[in-house]
Design a protein around this ligand. Structure first.
Ligand SMILES: [Zn+2]
Length: 362
């Protein structure tokens, strides 16, 4: 079984893994693909194959043996020739331990900040470059992993350029990112790109089923086809039944199902709903919700205006709002966007409290 560290590698990453390993001469790889697709896991699997000593000795192990000293050190995140640089804010999520600055055994830059940064800053990049210039402890060259590459701020990116072009010794860089266009062209041009596509729906559903996810096709669509995120949702408080109920709840302006939601997640969900209501209104296939959950077509111009409001909310999602008021406002905006003027008038004529009951048959 192909592994990265002690975890099995996601099956849809096998092809790009072998593609990357075939690029023997490349000293800088740029893995890119949709968010939440496992680019970081792929970067680790490639890094492990670089330090696998059985592979280095010419044994036919694909892509790494998992048993040699290099693989064992890598799995323990203590390989002295591997440097993993991630923003402090992602360290816990990615399972990257903290290590004292300057400790080339831990191979990770220390946080040391009151509020974890979402950026990779110039001090981190300088530490990576200095690591790359030191002698390889196990004699097989060094590897630097940067993830996500778009979090490298512009000063840090400029500091990285020379080392990316002409790495010291046998150092290899592995950058992974979701938004390849967000990188400096000078960074992109110094790397060999490896595309990491989403799995096919059938491949993703089979993978989710094997992990006990209920109604995996619905849950997979809810995350836009991203199986890792789907698995995280399934482990939290969102299930398929709750997801299918969202359009009706928003259409009716019901706030209570959403009162405990983090704002970022609520805004993202409303953006998906807005997208799908627009699709349903122009007779296009929706992406995140089954068509039958979306109710009748409604006024596209209102939905487009709501979409613009949501983009604005997304930009300010981390503002310290009074969250309960903000959630209330978001749901009311969704409710208003769904209420087509004609249906609204019909509801008033009939003396109904809202038009949602006219739209939903369920
Ligand atoms: Zn090995």
């Amino acid at each position: 079984m192909v592994k990265h560290g002690s975890e099995p590698l996601f099956p849809w990453l096998h092809r790009p893994l072998h593609e990357a390993l075939a690029l023997q001469a490349a000293h800088a790889l740029l893995l890119h693909g949709p968010d939440g697709n496992g680019q970081f896991q792929l970067a680790l699997a490639i890094a492990q194959s670089f330090v696998c000593e059985a592979r280095r000795a010419g044994l036919r192990v694909e892509p790494s043996c998992g048993a040699c000293a290099g693989c064992r050190l890598f799995a323990a995140r203590t390989h002295p020739d591997v440097f993993i640089l991630v923003p402090d804010a992602l360290r816990e999520t990615l399972g990257i331990p903290e290590a004292p600055m300057g400790d080339d055994i831990g191979s990770v830059v220390a946080a040391g900040k009151a509020k974890p940064s979402k950026e990779i800053r110039v001090d981190g990049v300088r530490a990576a470059i200095s690591f790359a210039q030191s002698t390889s402890a196990r004699g097989f060259g060094k590897t630097v992993v940067l993830h996500p590459a778009e979090s490298v701020n512009s000063i840090a990116a400029n500091a990285l350029l020379k080392s990316l072009e002409e790495p010291a010794g046998r150092t290899r860089y592995i950058l992974s990112c979701n938004a390849v266009d967000a990188l400096l062209p000078t960074v992109r041009s110094r790397c060999v790109k490896v595309s990491v596509g989403l799995p096919t729906p059938d491949q993703a559903v089979a993978w989710l089923e094997a992990r006990g996810v209920d109604q995996p096709r619905i849950m997979l669509a809810a995350t836009g086809g991203r199986p890792i995120e789907t698995l995280q949702w399934a482990a939290s408080d969102i299930d398929a039944d709750a997801w299918l109920g969202i359009p009706n709840q928003v259409a009716q302006g019901r706030v209570e199902p959403f009162v405990d939601w983090p704002l970022g997640r609520l805004i993202e969900t409303l953006q998906k709903l807005c997208h799908d209501w627009i699709c349903a209104s122009i007779d296009a296939p929706p992406r995140y919700f089954p068509r039958q959950c979306l109710g009748d077509p409604c006024d596209v111009s209102r939905l487009l205006a709501w979409s613009a409001q949501l983009r604005n909310h997304a930009r300010h999602a981390e503002h310290p709002w009074q969250v309960s008021l903000k959630i209330d406002a978001l749901i009311q905006q969704g409710h208003s966007a769904f209420v087509a003027p004609i249906a609204n008038e019909a509801a008033q004529v009939r003396g109904l409290s809202g038009p949602a009951s006219l739209h939903f048959t369920a």
